[in-house]
Design a protein. Structure first.
Lengths: 247, 223, 211
């Protein structure tokens, strides 16, 4: 297997060049997917027979939740790459993705609460999904806090990598136990995302917004990683040239 | 290898008992936290009984976190940790012995003290064995996971609070299982299932946590 | 036990994104004493820690008996042949001198009580064997740590500022012990602010010239 691609991936300069070329396409995809998906979902999709118009918030809640969960898995993968292959770019990815993931979790929580008000009558209810999201937010805070607390960047990289891996191993355990805790205390569980077969007019815009959020995540991540790469490689010639080209 | 396990255990034991105050602090903390609740919500027994499993478990959790913060710190500061990392003996084994010793002097003490506080919180005497069983199975998991956090924050100044922030989300499954078992016992339902799940978590933590702890210590030492 | 030759190849070290030294290469063979010199902050301690295997280098390799010490079998072999005494003496205040030494030796080659007492006597701590170490002065604590050098030590010694807080007589005795070890076929790498110019068997590596 040709590993040279993998090793080239570790070069900050290569990453900067390639991400510069791909970024405009990702921005285009984000704008298209999100604008079509959100407008369709919020305005044009048919009303849910049970929840009326309030269910429309799922067009933001569900994609945010998906991205929040996938982002944590991505953090763990980046952590493994940092520890095993010592690739600095993986650490850059971990550092930059953590706050984005935290924001996505926060958006999922807020939209979940907004959804909750007309549906259950209160803004917050300790149901399984929202509680798991809250715990995920704490896990993100942990990674961000540990990264900030350690002053040496190499040590911070390895420590946050270990923490991300430990977290990802625990996430299924946490999820199962919270689900089960919820059934213990609320036998008549009202499923937050009751999904009887959704007609295509409902789930197609959902698909668009999910893809759009992933594209948005990629755009934010790439932009943050580019800035972080320039900051870390500031002394090298290519970084200075790139900065001069920008200003 | 057995020799080094025994020698390390003796060393930790001696170190602990030459500073007995350090051993007492988490237990006093446990007692104070539990005592705060009747003061805060009123002494009515029926309410205390409902709260008791949760209060005891949360107090045990916090007391364990408090005692874990300094687990590796003094070894880090006086250079002992470097010698452990450089020794030809496996670091995961030495770490396991250290955490085991810590559990024996703190977790086990909580298991022994807990029935007393259970009675003070109006728990009926027949559920006290369940309380002890769940704590017996759960506190090793708390010690092991907490040690992961202690290893990752070993060189940091403000370690204690950060350690709590990192590790408390990971404690939630143990908390849910422990209190779930207690609630089942209070209703007269069987608790074997909960105990087995707690046992599973304990075995999982026992096999995986030492790897993470050793990795964290190596990272801390390499600064 | 004779140490194998050590080859350091193109070693690069960074600290807080400042490059301390780059492309450092040298070789050490049995019987040599290497003093790593340089002003504060030039990377002496970092070089010793990288050599010991505590820190990974940013680039470069270190080979012991032909195998890299950074991973695998080479690392295990290196650890068995190495004695590292760093800035912090690894002495626990709540334990006595004898207990501290017994544990430190157990990490490597276990030593008997008589051997430990003999070693403590040789570093000038006869009669202090069962004194708790926080009752000893800083210099005495360091002597306890250095007593390991008299207890069937491994062939390769890496010593970071071993003479700190030691009085003149102790420094002289330690210098002689180091030279004797090298003469018997051992290998010593050390840093110190004391001048070792009067010892001609000592080779000097000045980090300031390498950077």
């Amino acid at each position: 297997m040709n590993w040279s691609f993998f090793h080239k991936l570790g070069s900050p300069k290569w990453f900067y060049d390639i991400s510069g070329r791909w970024l405009p396409w990702f921005v285009l995809a984000t704008v298209l997917l999100l604008s079509v998906g959100i407008v369709w979902g919020l305005v044009f999709a048919p009303q849910d027979y049970q929840q009326g118009n309030s269910f429309r918030i799922i067009y933001i809640h569900v994609p945010a939740a998906f991205v929040a969960q996938s982002c944590y898995i991505m953090l763990a993968v980046a952590g493994i790459i940092t520890l095993v292959w010592r690739m600095k770019l993986a650490d850059v990815a971990l550092r930059c993705a953590a706050p984005i993931g935290a924001w996505m979790t926060f958006i999922a929580l807020i939209t979940g609460a907004i959804w909750g008000k007309p549906t259950w009558g209160t803004y917050w209810v300790w149901d399984a999904r929202l509680t798991s999201m809250l715990i995920l937010l704490f896990l993100y805070f942990g990674i961000i806090a540990l990264g900030q607390a350690i002053s040496s960047r190499d040590t911070a990289a390895k420590a946050t990598a270990v923490l991300a891996i430990v977290g990802v191993v625990n996430i299924p355990i946490i999820k199962y136990s919270v689900d089960w805790w919820n059934t213990l205390h609320q036998p008549a569980t009202f499923k937050v995302t009751a999904k009887p077969a959704m007609p295509i007019e409902m789930w197609f815009p959902l698909l668009l917004t999910v893809l759009g959020f992933y594209a948005l995540f990629t755009v934010s991540l790439l932009m943050r990683m580019r800035v972080e790469t320039l900051r870390r490689e500031g002394k090298t010639r290519w970084a200075r040239e790139a900065l001069e080209k920008m200003s | 290898m057995r020799r080094i396990v025994w020698l390390l255990f003796c060393r930790e034991w001696r170190l602990a008992w030459r500073r007995p105050g350090d051993l007492l602090n988490p237990l006093v903390f446990f007692a104070i936290v539990i005592s705060l609740f009747p003061l805060a919500v009123g002494p009515e027994p029926s309410m205390l009984r409902i709260m008791a499993p949760g209060v005891i478990w949360v107090a045990a959790l916090l007391a364990t976190l408090l005692s874990l913060d300094g687990l590796f710190r003094s070894d880090y500061e006086d250079g002992s940790l470097e010698q452990w990392v450089l020794s030809a003996h496996p670091l995961t084994l030495m770490v396991l012995v250290k955490v085991a010793h810590h559990w024996l002097v703190s977790g086990l003490a909580l298991v022994i003290l807990a029935p007393l506080f259970g009675l003070m919180l109006a728990l009926p005497p027949q559920v006290l064995p369940v309380l002890c069983l769940t704590l017996l199975l759960g506190t090793p998991v708390l010690s092991l996971l907490g040690a992961v956090g202690a290893a990752l924050t070993v060189g940091l100044k403000g370690g204690g609070l950060l350690l709590a922030l990192l590790i408390m989300p990971l404690y939630i499954p143990v908390l849910i299982l422990g209190t779930g078992a207690m609630d089942a016992a209070l209703q007269g339902l069987p608790v074997m299932g909960y105990a087995l799940w707690l046992g599973c978590l304990a075995v999982l933590a026992l096999s995986l946590a030492p790897l993470a702890i050793a990795a964290g210590l190596r990272i801390g030492v390499s600064e | 036990m004779k140490p194998q030759p050590i080859q350091v190849e193109r070693l690069t070290c960074e600290r807080d994104h400042r490059e301390l030294f780059a492309g450092l290469s040298f070789e050490l063979a049995a019987g040599e004493v290497l003093q790593v010199a340089g002003p504060n902050g030039s990377g002496k301690t970092s070089l010793l820690r990288i050599l010991a295997g505590l820190m990974p280098p940013v680039a470069g390799d270190i080979r012991y008996a032909g195998e890299s010490i950074l991973s695998g079998r080479g690392r295990e072999r290196w650890r068995q042949d190495l004695l590292y005494i760093g800035h912090a003496p690894a002495i626990k205040g709540s334990l006595t001198a004898e207990e501290n030494l017994a544990w430190l030796c157990a990490l490597g080659t276990p030593a008997s009580r008589e051997q430990i007492w003999a070693a403590l006597a040789q570093v000038g701590l006869k009669g202090f064997e069962d004194v708790l170490c926080h009752n000893l002065s800083a210099g005495q604590q360091r002597r306890v740590a250095l007593a390991r050098l008299y207890l069937q030590p491994p062939p390769v010694w890496i010593l970071d500022e071993p003479f700190t807080a030691i009085d003149k007589a102790g420094v002289a005795a330690l210098e002689q012990h180091v030279l004797a070890h090298a003469a018997a076929g051992g290998l010593v790498v050390l840093t110190t602010h004391h001048s070792l110019d009067h010892l001609d068997a000592v080779r000097c590596l000045d980090l300031q010239q390498v950077a």
